[in-house]
Design a protein around this ligand. Structure first.
Ligand code: NAP
Length: 435
């Protein structure tokens, strides 16, 4: 029997568990740990609440979770409640599938001013992550600056733009909906330090900006390269650039009819966040793109703004006792191997890129490596060993069955048309589990 501990119950964690099942059938036991009492990581607290079809992938993870040889061990923080070293003593392989839940820092003056948020915090807020449920952003200013031109910047922009009616069928949490109702935003500026050909936004997500009831995207036609140059782009990016071209063709008169303008500011690199006690603007330097890199021109200007959300990418959490690559913001590894018996997968392995599906081959590949390394297992204790340790430490482990009770409570208290109203505090989750 092989015993595998997976740390993190998001996509990378569950795909790795699925791969272990495929590899060893009934000859493996997998424990999936999560610091929260609820599973699915990024699917629950990262994927936008109005993208329910993407969240539907959780049904696939549930099929894995409900099998006999996979177990959810919620409400246990690895590195605090139990160490990685202890888990290595109990399991043949420990796989870090912890994602990339922290914001990369911009290292700009003013970054810590109130009402300046990283996307992990801001997305966590509207998605009900217990760590960020108290964020309470102030939306009383008329301009927000969203830094970065990736899909997270699009998510944040869209959420800031939608009306309550447009959130029908989503699971955006009530506290966010209430704050969004108070929004006085009239302008959302998306800042990209490079140009239209260097955006990281995918076409489907970018196209959604055309269908917002009270907001319209605006692109300055002068920022667009010659149409012929699009031919060199890979097809997905070319489609995204086509969207930008269609935004640039929207007649100026249209903007008088919509309350919120979503303005793409290309060749614009943030230099400082300005403010005194609260953010008042962003100082930006014009750039040109040379050999694919943004180069400052020395020309600067200020965008007045009452809210700034930095969507420039994420990094993995450090775990005591595990080496960390500061520059890359993830665990140093060789095809998923960190140290003997210790592996990483998904964003914790390769950094925050790709789609949810990208984690599936990742999970299968790490299990191949583990299979090469552990053979038939070393007769470790696995589950019973962890259970004894949890009992000795008085850990309040939340099981998958407990999660199903929490889920049923969340579904029962959903507002009309919504799939669920998430609990946003750990205590509420634990209470919903019942006795
Ligand atoms: P991303 O795709 O890597 O985009 C980050 C953006 O931030 C880039 O435009 C980057 O510009 C910019 N940036 C980085 N450092 C900067 C700095 N110091 N100053 C100014 N701009 C800076 O990251 P993401 O948007 O966080 O997305 C992470 C992953 O999740 C991606 O794979 C994304 O596709 C995925 N995702 C998918 C969906 C979806 O499919 N619906 C939704 C959300 C996220 P440069 O290119 O110039 O570095």
């Amino acid at each position: 029997m092989r015993h595998i501990a997976i740390i993190g119950s998001g996509p990378a964690g569950y795909y790795t568990a699925e791969a272990a099942q495929k590899q060893w059938g009934d000859d493996v036991r997998v424990d999936i740990f999560d610091m929260l009492p609820v599973p699915y990581g990024l699917i629950r607290t990262g994927v936008a609440p109005d993208h329910q079809s993407i969240k539907g992938v959780a049904r696939r993870y549930e099929a894995t979770a409900l099998s006999e040889n996979v177990r959810f061990v919620g409400n246990v923080m690895v590195g605090k409640d139990v160490t990685v070293e202890e888990l290595q003593g109990l399991y043949d392989a420990v796989v870090l599938a912890t994602g990339a839940p922290h914001d990369r820092k911009m290292d700009l003056p003013g970054e810590n001013l109130p009402n300046v948020y990283g996307s992990a915090a801001f997305v966590g807020w509207y998605n009900g992550h217990p760590m960020f449920a108290n964020l309470d952003p102030d939306l009383s200013g008329d301009t927000a600056v969203v830094i970065g031109m990736g899909n997270v910047a699009l998510d944040v922009t869209r959420i800031l733009s939608k009306t309550r009616e447009e959130f029908a069928g989503s699971d955006i949490v009530a506290h966010a909906l209430d704050v969004l109702d108070t929004s006085k935003l009239r302008r959302i500026v998306i800042l990209g330090r490079r140009g239209p050909h260097q955006i990281m936004m995918t076409p489907k997500e970018l196209g959604e900006l055309s269908h917002l009831s009270r907001a319209a995207p605006r692109v300055d036609p002068q920022d667009l390269p010659e149409v012929g140059e699009d031919a060199l782009l890979e097809p997905g990016l070319r489609k995204s650039v086509n969207h930008l071209r269609s935004f640039a063709a929207i007649p100026a008169s249209h903007y008088g009819d919509v309350p919120i303008e979503i303005e793409f500011d290309f060749y614009a690199s943030p230099k400082a966040i300005l403010g005194d006690g609260k953010v008042t603007g962003v100082e930006v330097e014009r750039t040109t793109v040379e050999a694919g890199r943004a180069v400052g021109t020395g020309e600067t200007y200020v965008i007045p703004a009452g809210l700034v959300v930095c969507c420039i990418g994420y990094q993995t959490s450090r775990i005591p006792g595990v080496p960390f690559d500061d520059r890359a913001g993830r665990f140093p590894n060789d095809e998923g191997r960190i140290l003997p018996g210790l592996y990483c997968v998904g964003w914790a392995r390769r950094g925050p890129s790709g789609t949810i599906g990208t984690n599936r081959p990742d999970g299968f590949s790490v299990i191949e490596k583990i299979a090469e390394d552990i053979g038939a297992g070393a007769g470790k204790q696995g589950r019973p060993g962890f259970d004894a340790l949890a009992q000795a430490r008085g850990l309040d482990v939340v099981t998958f069955r407990d999660w199903k009770k929490i889920e049923a409570e969340e579904e029962a208290r959903a507002r009309e048309g919504a799939p669920r109203e998430k609990f946003v505090r750990v205590e509420e989750m634990i209470a919903a589990r019942g006795s």
